[in-house]
Design a protein around this ligand. Structure first.
Ligand SMILES: O=C(O)[C@@H](CO)OP(=O)(O)O
Length: 247
């Protein structure tokens, strides 16, 4: 049995375009991001990879991306499941800050540690910060799980229970699963799937709006390591642009 999983990072958001750290701030897609989402859906249709069920985060850039992509391939009606566990990595006190200015202020090494190291979280956010999510009703049930900041390691810890209980369950049922999420929550999924080391994951960047197909074997391991982008050339160029943010 081969299981089919498609990962889709949301299209470009208003803050991606402005080069601001976003994290859990609920920023919308911009026009380019909406076009990317539609194109992602067209690629799914062309490849005959119509999803049976979609999982998203609680953030509108992922929710809208999933809707636009599914609408264009006539799959707007499939079951939707959402979880905070698929949210972007919480960027702590960096949320709302300009990436270029942050790099200039703290230096490239610290900047890259915060962005891409496995286990160095950014400084925590104050609960009354203008970009804090404390008090947001969608997170009312989180209790002590509500983060003040997260590194990639933290994202893996909170994402994996959902992977095991909900996403694997749908795959096991024979559903083709679409996961519409974020740069760093999808890096967590890919690290887990491909068994990427804590060091090597720093070099992995996921482009916006590009469907990434994983066919998984009986043990839910990829049959092709790294999966297959439906448009590999465009994906490579877009991933390089993510890597260079801040410069
Ligand atoms: O700002 C963010 O939340 C993320 C994704 O857009 O940025 P980065 O790629 O720098 O981790």
């Amino acid at each position: 049995m081969t299981y089919e999983l498609v990962l889709l990072r949301h299209g470009e958001s208003e803050w991606n375009a402005k080069n601001l750290f976003t994290g859990w701030v609920d920023v919308d897609l911009n026009d380019k991001g909406r076009r990317e989402a539609v194109h992602g859906g067209e690629l799914l249709a062309e490849a005959g990879l119509l999803p049976d069920v979609v999982h998203t985060s609680l953030l509108r850039r992922a929710i809208t991306t999933a809707h636009l992509a599914l609408d264009v391939c006539d799959r707007h009606w499939i079951p939707v499941r959402r979880s905070w566990r698929l949210n972007e990595r919480h960027y702590g006190g960096l949320q709302g800050k300009d990436k270029k200015q942050t790099m200039e202020e703290y230096g490239e090494e610290q900047f890259m540690l915060w962005r891409r190291s496995f286990d160095v979280p950014p400084p925590p956010i104050a609960e009354d910060d203008e970009y804090s999510q404390f008090g947001d009703p969608r997170y009312a049930g989180l209790g002590d799980d509500m983060p003040h900041t997260e590194c990639l390691k933290d994202v893996i810890v909170r994402m994996l229970p959902y992977w095991e209980s909900d996403i694997i369950a749908d795959l096991r049922d024979g559903q083709r699963v679409l996961v519409a999420a974020h740069g760093n929550s999808l890096r967590a999924v890919v690290k887990h799937l491909d068994g990427i080391s804590d060091e090597d994951i720093a070099g992995l960047n996921i482009p916006t709006g590009m469907p990434l197909l994983y066919r998984l074997d009986d043990d839910f391991r990829p049959t092709v390591p790294g999966g297959e982008y439906l448009d590999p050339e465009a994906a490579a160029a877009a991933a390089a642009a993510v890597a260079n943010q801040g410069r």
